[in-house]
Design a protein around this ligand. Structure first.
Ligand SMILES: Nc1ncnc2c1ncn2[C@@H]1O[C@H](COP(=O)(O)OP(=O)(O)OP(=O)(O)O)[C@@H](O)[C@H]1O
Ligand SMILES: [Mg+2]
Length: 217
């Protein structure tokens, strides 16, 4: 890994879902900068979610490369890509899918347990994050008893708790009103100021306005 290289970059990227399907990105090259919030934007269908899946090593480019700290990773074996995903990446998906049988606080803690943490050590930080995101009173509820916008904020707490260097968020403010959009953006910008790299797919003007960089697809 070369020193000073971006924590995440794409080079000459192209992607098609199958042979003959529309080709996306047209040779896109971007260095994503740590300590910043970068927005991916453009019209519906331009490939914002697809680019997040590629950055998240869940889809493989048709041409071009994905680099983590200067080292090419898109062509690594599945097991190595999953290890990078588990240790470095936090995902906030477009449709927050939470386990309906688990309490909110346990949903937030679950990825930390996979990463080797103890539940008792994670309870206080999980509650603090939920508090910061304005869903502190809901910690012992099940996801079925909360609104879509609350579920979205729980999904954000879940992605932030393990403090991954890279946070990838797909329309994280899609179900939120203006004041909760501010709460979510504050939390993501707070993470960026602590040195995380945050990438958000969005067409929300409120998100674009506060972003440090915008990639137009
Ligand atoms: N699983 C899939 N198989 C085949 N084509 C797909 C698949 N997912 C998305 N596409 C197509 O790839 C293109 C990019 O889709 P993508 O979901 O990345 O767009 P987007 O910019 O996130 O759109 P939106 O703003 O609506 O979320 C679209 O033309 C879409 O129809
Ligand atoms: Mg999308």
């Amino acid at each position: 890994m070369s020193k000073g290289a971006a924590p995440l970059a794409v080079r000459d990227l192209c992607f098609a879902y199958r042979k003959g399907a529309e080709e996306l990105f047209g040779g896109l090259s971007v260095d994503f900068t740590p300590g910043t919030v970068t927005a991916l934007t453009g019209p519906s269908g331009c490939g914002k979610s697809t680019l997040l899946y590629i950055l998240g090593l869940m889809l493989t480019p048709t041409a071009g490369e994905v680099l983590v700290e200067g080292a090419r990773v898109d062509n690594l074996p599945d097991a190595e890509r999953s290890w990078i995903r588990g240790s470095r990446l936090g995902f906030i998906f477009q449709d927050a899918a939470l386990d309906p049988t688990r309490s909110i606080v346990d949903s937030v803690i679950e990825p930390a347990l996979y990463a080797g943490a103890w539940r008792r050590d994670m309870l206080a930080p999980a509650r603090a994050l939920l508090e910061e995101l304005g869903v502190g009173e809901r910690v012992d509820h099940k996801p079925g008893q909360i609104s879509g916008g609350q579920a979205q904020r729980v999904a954000i707490a879940r992605a932030l708790l393990t403090s991954p260097p890279v946070i990838l968020a797909d329309e994280p403010t899609g179900n939120l009103d203006a004041s909760n959009t501010t709460v979510v953006l504050d939390a993501l910008h707070h993470a960026a100021r602590r040195g995380h790299l945050v990438v958000i797919a969005t067409h929300d003007p409120a998100v674009l306005e506060r972003s440090d960089a915008v990639v137009e697809l």
